[in-house]
Each structure stands twice: as C-alpha cells, then as structure tokens.
Design a protein. Structure first.
Ligand SMILES: *Cc1c(COP(=O)(O)O)cnc(C)c1O
Length: 382
C-alpha cells in the first residue's frame, strides 16, 4: 500500500506534470511575472467555469475576504454575522477592518451557519452575513439570501473550501458556490480543491460597479496610473500561480468527483458504526459521484462516544494522518472573546469541537488506502 497522506500533492503533480511544466515555462520565457497573460486568461477561464461576471484574482483567500469587505465599504462598528465554526481567517478580517464580528452557532448535521441563529443575531447595526461553505458544502444560501433581502444586508460567501460545488434552489435553479451572494472570496492555497503552488486567491461578483471598485482596491486604490482614489492594498495573484491554476482548472470537476468517490467509499465503510456520524448532505439527497453539491474539501466524521482524541492517537500510531478542524470554537479564542456571547448560544459548536475528525481527503486516494482506514476506525470504535 502507498503511504497515506492527508493531502497528496506529490502524486497529483506526477499526473499533470506536463501541463503544469509547460504552463510554467511559458511564464519563464515571457518573463511576464506580474499581471501577465496567464493571469488574465485564468481570470476569464474561471469566470466562464463559474458562470460569474467578474473574477478578481488576488494574493490569497484572507486578502480576498478583506478586499470584498473593503469593496462593500463596511465601516468600523458595522456588525458582520458569521459562523463560530470556521477557519479563523473569516473572522480575522472582520476584526482587522474594525467591524464587529457577531459569531453564531451552526447546524450539527452540515456544520454550516444556522439560520435561526442568524435571525436572532440581527440588530440595527448589522450590515453583512458571511456564510462559509464549510468542508465543501454550501450553507443554506436560499434562506440566507431571503434574510439578507428582508434586512437589506450584504452576503459575502467564504468559498475557500467550496469551489466547484453546485447549489440548487427550491425552484430547481442551480448556481455554483460563490456566485450566489453579492460577493465571494476564495483561496487557492495548495491543499484547497483548486490549489496553486504557493498562495493565491480571488474575489467573485456579478456586480459591475463593485468589480470595478475592487479592481482598484487590489491595486493600491488606483483606477488611473498614479492616481490613488481610495486607500487600497497590494494583493496580486502572480503569473506563476496563475499558470499552475490554468493547468488545473480543466481538471477541477474531475478532482471533485474523485473526492466524492472517496467520500462514498468512506461512508460505505463507516455508516454502520454506531459511534460514528458520517457527513450528511444538506438537502438529504443521495451522495453519488455526479451529485456535485458537496465537493468534500474535508471528509469529516463526528465521533459520538467521547473517544475522538483516542481515535486520533490510534490512527496516528497506524500511520494514518488525520486532522481536527476545528478544535476550538472561535467565540472562545482569545482574540475574539466578546462579553455579549452566552455559552448556551453555542451548544452545537461546543459539541462539534469535541467530536469532529477529518480523514485523509485528496484526489489520489485509492480503495486499498480507504479500506485500511475504515477497518482501523471500525476495529477501534466497535
Ligand atoms: C483557507 C481558508 C481561508 C484563507 O485562505 P488563505 O488563502 O489561506 O488566506 C479562509 N477561509 C476559509 C474557510 C479557509 O478554509
């Protein structure tokens, strides 16, 4: 059996070496390292894949979130509602811009922001909601867009983990994750579903004026060379990273399908274990290779008999890497404590942090590896 990796970018590279190397060589030969044609072409190709009017590449996913919020001209003191159960970048940029983060609880079955909790958190100061499509599955965007409309709020999708996922509205209409809210942010960190070989990110929007405004913000607030109309930042996707992403974008659907195949296999091996809850699809439809509503950035179990930490140890002793995403709810992180929070409002995240474990998930997992992992989990937990 091949050594099991949490994310296996080495094996993946071996299968796309030629495309990637050719694409990188083009950049080296042209020496157009910044804002070269690879960046513009990648932007257009991603716009067409997503069916969104504007993709604005930038330096990383955290910048993308920050710039999206700057683009919406949120002001210090504005309240921004987001999930208590996500990577810290989501709430970090809210704090950096001196906006007030308002963390709320999530749904136990999908790990995504809870709709009733959002409603309860809205005040006259609320300006935006930031749903995170955690682990590769969209938050309940239909309900979130309705709430936003009713209360005149912006919706900023944190799509760092969800790229390529489809969201289906109750009328049957389908949209790609990150194209539903007013603006979205994504990350091309190497381990993400569409990852480059360094840092990268992008902002998506269908709003022409917002896109224009944001294109200036990422470039020092310039709309005309050396005229600085607003305070901006320097946040660029470099041409080498765009070259890697151009080679990988045509494979994104295949990659997400491979992740779903691995998820199906994991679930088949673990679903009868009474101490394990396998991932649940938000619309409760069947998990199939072609049902691309979940793109499994992570395959995350809940271990319900209190033995999660022992399981982590057991897997590591058997050379099976695993991760706990996330071990501490954001409302208990020192940087984000707020005396207004009440523990009873975070019942679900407080439970999930003790139960969750994410298994190896990438495009190169094979059946033998998955069988080995599920067998080790079942023999330990039964
Ligand atoms: C990875 C990630 C980010 C940040 O992306 P970077 O490119 O690492 O800055 C933001 N939000 C979520 C949910 C993420 O998973």
């Amino acid at each position: 059996m091949r050594k099991i990796q949490m994310v296996d970018l080495q094996s993946q590279y071996q299968t796309i070496k030629e495309q990637v190397n050719n694409s990188l060589t083009e950049v080296l030969e042209s020496a157009a390292f910044i804002n070269g044609p690879q960046v513009q072409n990648f932007q257009k190709e991603l716009e067409s894949y997503l069916g969104v009017k504007h993709v604005i590449p930038c330096a990383n996913g955290t910048d993308a979130l920050q710039i999206a919020m700057m683009g919406l001209e949120l002001k210090p003191g504005d309240e921004v509602i987001t999930t208590d159960f996500t990577f810290a970048a989501t709430v970090e940029v809210i704090g950096l811009l001196q906006l007030t983060p308002v963390l709320v609880d999530v749904d136990a079955d999908t790990f995504n922001i809870n709709i009733e909790a959002i409603k309860k958190a809205i005040t006259p100061k609320t300006k935006a909601i930031v749903p995170v499509h955690l682990f590769g599955q969209c938050a309940n965007m239909e309900a979130i867009m309705e709430i936003a409309k009713e209360h005149n709020l912006y919706v900023i999708e944190d799509n760092a983990q969800g790229i390529g996922a489809d969201y289906t509205f109750s009328n049957g209409e389908k949209k790609k994750s990150g194209t539903i809210g007013h603006v979205a942010a994504t990350s091309f960190f190497p381990s993400k579903n569409l990852g480059c070989y360094g840092d990268g990110g992008a902002i998506f929007t269908n709003d022409d004026d917002l896109a224009h405004f944001i294109r200036g913000i990422v470039n020092h607030g310039m709309y005309e060379r050396y005229h600085h109309d607003v305070v901006g930042v320097n946040s660029r996707l470099d041409s080498m990273q765009a070259a890697v992403l151009r080679a990988k974008l045509p494979l994104l659907d295949l990659y997400n399908k491979k992740r779903r195949q691995a998820a199906i296999k994991y679930t088949a091996g673990l679903k009868d274990n009474p101490n394990v809850i396998t991932p649940i699809l938000a619309d409760k439809s069947e998990l199939t290779e072609d049902n691309n509503q979940h793109v499994f950035h992570q395959y995350t179990l809940r271990i319900t008999n209190g033995k999660r930490d022992e399981l982590v140890k057991h897997l590591n002793e058997n050379d099976i890497p695993c991760g706990v995403y996330y071990p501490i709810p954001l409302h208990l992180q020192k940087a984000y404590v707020d005396s207004r929070y009440k523990e009873e409002d975070f019942k679900v995240t407080n439970t999930l942090v003790k139960e969750v474990i994410s298994l190896p998930m990438h495009t190169e997992l094979d059946d033998e590896q998955i069988d080995f992992i599920t067998t080790k989990i079942n023999s330990f937990l039964n």
